[in-house]
Design a protein around this ligand. Structure first.
Ligand SMILES: *Cc1c(COP(=O)(O)O)cnc(C)c1O
Length: 385
């Protein structure tokens, strides 16, 4: 980013990569054909969509016919959950207390639903999961996120998946924060369905995908009825440019991952070392088994909103949780699920980086943050020093 600006909100959205934009451009200009048309201009679009589908499939280790493009990560979550619940209207659903709202607001329509607790380290426990399954033998669907969007903790998905597979229970995971940030292998994870979205890994906003394992595809109804696109399950002329960009972005992310994550861990450690000098600061969620680009702190005696405004005045973009809930004064449901008291859940700061994050951006953050925290505390009636 430019000299005195720093972007630490990559869990909300990311910058489009140059290669992604370049790959998209022809499909926004001269190659505007409809993939369903039979002449060259159309078949070229069809070919581009097929190529992108193959790229996504390679990146997460599945077959191209197991990838369905959607308009967002939220849509992928809605489809996975509603699609299964429609087919089995009476049965139980198991999820966790700290899912994204694009899961929580969908499952809550169901009467019989179990929310697995999340512990203060930021993980669900397998023992709670197996107990929930035993208590609900009619469970039709389990939906547990891969990495949490506020604290970045990575859940024991492969273990949960093994148990679901043994019992024939459908298993969906919201991997929107993980894809592009850590290696994803749907075979190793034993998932039936997985959601992802392009704008979290340097593709454009408004294009995502749902992976659906071949063997369970007949259990998932179509989401948008109309034309035959996406094997008849999600009608509507394809967002060709967006899909092409998604394919390039996921390929780029996977090929660059080791180098990128080594750098991110270095930057993250610098931030951790500096924040360790700020009194009464706590890291929310364990540092182990966490996305390499994520940190989430609470500073006792400080309002999250005030902190964000002060950071903004210093050119620093950050968030106090998910972008979807900022602007509301509710404390983060994620931090509350971890058992944090309201006043601490209110005062959180989420810092999320990307391959574009520079040492200079971290410098700016680390110069400003301690001063801002001290200044806000000096003004705060909640702070006794
Ligand atoms: C961003 C996000 C979503 C929503 O994705 P959109 O493409 O913005 O709809 C869903 N789940 C998680 C965990 C996210 O971080």
């Amino acid at each position: 980013m430019s000299n005195n600006m720093a972007y630490f909100d990559n869990a909300a959205t990311t910058k489009i990569s140059d290669n992604v934009l370049a790959a998209m451009m022809p499909y926004l200009t001269e190659n505007y054909g409809n993939p369903s048309s039979i002449y060259r201009l159309g078949t070229e679009s069809w070919r581009a969509v097929a190529e992108a589908r193959a790229k996504v499939a390679t990146a997460i280790n599945c077959q191209p016919n197991e990838i369905f493009f959607t308009g967002s990560g939220s849509e992928a979550n809605n489809w996975a959950i509603k699609g299964c619940m429609e087919n089995e209207p009476q049965s139980a659903v198991i999820t966790s207390a700290f899912e994204h709202h694009a899961v929580l607001h969908v499952v809550k329509k169901r009467d019989n639903i179990t929310y697995l607790p999340v512990y203060d380290d930021g993980f669900v426990r397998l023992a709670d999961f197996t107990r929930a399954l035993e208590n609900n033998p009619d469970t039709a669907l389990v939906t547990i996120m891969h990495a949490n969007n506020e604290i970045g903790t990575i859940q024991p998905i492969a273990e949960i998946g093994t148990i679901c597979r043994e019992r024939g229970v459908l298993f969906h995971t919201d991997a929107v924060q993980s894809v592009g940030n850590v290696h994803i292998d749907v075979q190793a994870m034993n998932v039936d369905m997985l959601s992802l979205t392009g704008h979290k890994f340097h593709a454009m906003k408004g294009v995502g995908a749902l992976y659906v394992r071949k063997a369970v595809q007949r259990r998932l109804g179509s989401f948008i009825r109309g034309g035959a696109q996406e094997s008849g399950k999600r009608a509507g002329t394809e967002n060709v440019a967006g899909i092409v960009g998604l394919g390039v972005a996921i390929e780029e992310a996977v090929s660059d991952m080791e180098r990128k994550n080594a750098k991110l861990l270095e930057l993250r450690q610098r931030i951790l070392n500096e924040v360790a000098h700020i009194p009464k600061a706590r890291l929310n969620g364990a540092i182990e088994s966490r996305l390499p680009n994520n940190l989430n702190f609470s500073f006792e005696g400080i309002e999250g909103e005030a902190l964000l405004l002060q950071l903004d005045m210093s050119g620093i973009c950050a968030s106090s949780g998910s972008a979807c809930t900022s602007g509301s004064l509710d404390p983060s449901h994620v931090l509350l699920a971890l058992g944090l008291p309201h006043e601490i859940a209110h005062g959180s700061l989420r810092l999320t980086m990307s391959k574009y994050t520079t040492d200079e951006e971290v410098d700016l953050l680390l110069t400003k943050l301690p001063i801002i925290v001290a200044k806000l505390r000096a003004m705060s009636p909640m702070w006794e020093g």
